[in-house]
Design a binder for this molecule. Structure first.
Ligand code: SF4
Length: 422
């Protein structure tokens, strides 16, 4: 039984695991003759009163009902939850708020990608993206000789025959990691998101579309906000809530070694490492985090990561022309991932005006991929989606009310951007 403060500030529903919600509801599960009620009718539980098993079961059942209402039926009005008694609904109304993100702007790209800019209560903004993947594209990437053949045709993209809908969500406002190829990195870190702000992005997107996958690859380094990301993952995986499969929730990191270990010990989700270079010299130049945790340390952590059976770590590799796209890089990459169940996700850089980096040619991408595939690796090329609305990988950033970058870009539709991964 947690310490309860019925007079204190609002509790956000989306910050509660189902067990925490059940704990809060315990006082309503006591049999009437055991209840203690204060002057306002608020039920109290003596701290020394150990709840009985039936009381715990009743509270759990209620928490499950509420999780169903909110996360599976998208009901956000306590009064509509008709299988809860009046007393419980009254208490929830007073004390627990179902958090909503207000949409500041939404855009749709020609390839079906949707980008959303959300207002936060403190007037900061974050972005989330829905990325559709067509069956044809999947076939093209994964089954058709396993080698990149270029972007799918307009007809293919028009088919609307999606194999999956991925929600790419943010974990911070801005990012402190300062990866050189990433638009979010330029912005700097403003603040980390609270659990309810992370979970609610998925809630809002799922209300609009049958999201099948979640990737923490929007704004921010998820593992720089590791406690909140772990808790958010637990809520997203809850079978009585949004019920995402652990295989379909992916946390991507630039390589915060201690937090990778913490993630692995705390929650079973998929892990992606934004690697992007095969030597410390290059990686430290484009990803400052490498100066603290170098490639050797990072790969050792990956080797020890507690992976479930048939699970693999995804290594993301943004291909930058003449920086990390040589055959020597491909050979070193092959060596680095040896002994780690892996798949490689190659991401040709999304160019933008003003960036010091260029996208390699399709031929170079093909050769790099072919080298890895021919040596037995699973190496796919990510077709960046939503480039015309700056929703492609690493192109997200909060453009209003942020520490840096707020003055320079006030025109959402007119932005031109760049690429990154985690
Ligand atoms: S690539 Fe990821 S970790 Fe690096 S700056 Fe961008 S958002 Fe941050």
């Amino acid at each position: 039984m947690p310490d309860l403060c019925y007079d204190c500030v609002v509790i956000y529903f989306q910050s509660l695991t189902r067990d925490e919600l059940a704990d809060l509801l315990l006082p309503f599960s006591a049999r009437p003759r055991d209840r203690h009620v204060d002057a306002d009718g608020t039920p109290l539980v003596e701290l020394n009163d150990a709840p009985s098993l039936p009381e715990i079961k009743r509270a759990r059942m209620r928490a499950k009902q509420i999780y169903h209402w909110v996360y599976q039926r998208f009901v956000t009005d306590w009064d509509q939850m008709t299988d809860l008694n009046k007393e419980v609904r009254g208490w929830l109304k007073e004390n627990v708020e179902i958090f909503r993100l207000s949409e500041r702007h939404a855009q749709q790209a020609t390839d079906g990608t949707h980008k959303f800019l959300w207002n936060l209560p403190d007037h900061k903004t974050i972005e989330s993206v829905i990325i559709p993947a067509a069956l044809q594209e999947k076939d093209k990437m994964e089954n058709d000789g396993k080698v990149f053949r270029g972007r799918p045709s307009e007809e293919e993209l028009d088919s609307q025959h999606w194999s999956r809908l991925t929600a790419c969500i943010s974990s911070q406002v801005g990012c402190a990691m300062a990866c050189k190829f990433c638009l979010t990195g330029i912005q700097g870190l403003d603040r980390s998101l609270a659990v309810h702000e992370i979970v609610t992005q998925v809630f809002e997107l799922r209300k609009q579309a049958p999201i099948t996958n979640i990737v923490f690859m929007g704004m921010g380094e998820p593992l720089h906000n590791v406690d909140n990301v772990i808790k958010a993952c637990k809520i997203l995986l809850d079978e009585d809530g949004m019920n995402f499969s652990k295989r379909k929730v992916t946390v991507s990191t630039s390589g915060l070694v201690p937090a990778i270990e913490q993630l692995g010990q705390s929650v079973d989700v998929s892990l992606a490492i934004s690697l992007n270079a095969t030597t410390d010299e290059v990686r430290s130049k484009i990803m400052p985090v490498n100066k603290k945790w170098n490639i050797e340390k990072l790969m050792e952590t990956c080797r020890n990561y507690p992976l479930g059976s048939h699970r693999r770590i995804t290594f993301e590799y943004v291909l930058l022309k003449d920086v990390n796209d040589t055959m020597e890089d491909a050979a070193r990459l092959l060596k680095l991932v040896r002994g780690i169940p892996n798949k490689i996700n190659l991401i040709p850089f999304n160019e933008h005006s003003g960036s010091e980096f260029l996208r390699p040619s399709d031929e170079t991408v093909r050769k790099f991929q072919r080298y890895l595939v021919d040596r037995g690796l699973t190496a796919t090329v990510r077709i960046s989606r939503g480039q015309d609305i700056l929703a492609a990988c690493g192109q997200l950033r909060s453009i209003f009310g942020t520490a840096r970058g707020s003055d320079r870009h006030k025109d959402w539709a007119g932005l031109k951007g760049m690429a990154g991964t985690s």
